[in-house]
Design a protein. Structure first.
Length: 143
């Protein structure tokens, strides 16, 4: 009986010690900070950057937009890494083409740093997912 009681005491002490050791120095409690939020203006600024390159900017309709604040970003596999914080805005858009017909939904990717658009990538709806979709997927903003 005494052996059983000692085993329970030691097991309890070990579990308390394990609960206190979370990898932080000096027994401090480690907490993951929430991801920083992009500025409220990032989404509108990204939409304006996409509208700027369209044949009929007023016809643009946006959906499935997501944004994130990242530590660094690079354009393509061989681009130079740009230190952040950088706001990334992704989603899909639809607009009228030069003939007046709807072009279908296509992906867009916009990188913004300190209120300045670094670049924007747009996939053509007729070609399907491309560079913009790959950027969105790489940023974790597309399925």
């Amino acid at each position: 009986m005494r052996g059983l009681i000692l085993a329970v005491v030691f097991a309890g002490a070990a579990s308390v010690a394990a609960a206190q050791d979370n990898g932080a120095p000096s027994g401090a409690i480690r907490m993951n900070a929430p991801a920083p939020r992009p500025p409220a203006s990032a989404r509108k600024q990204a939409e304006e950057a996409i509208r700027h390159g369209l044949a009929d900017p007023d016809s643009a309709q946006f959906r499935s937009e997501k944004s994130s604040e990242v530590v660094s970003v690079k354009r393509g596999a061989f681009g130079e890494r740009i230190a952040g914080p950088v706001s990334v805005v992704c989603g899909q858009f639809n607009s009228r083409d030069q003939t007046g017909g709807q072009s279908g939904y296509a992906w867009f990717f916009v990188a913004i740093k300190h209120g300045e658009v670094l670049w924007s990538d747009v996939d053509q709806a007729s070609e399907g997912p491309g560079v913009a979709y790959a950027g969105c997927k790489g940023a974790g903003l597309a399925q």
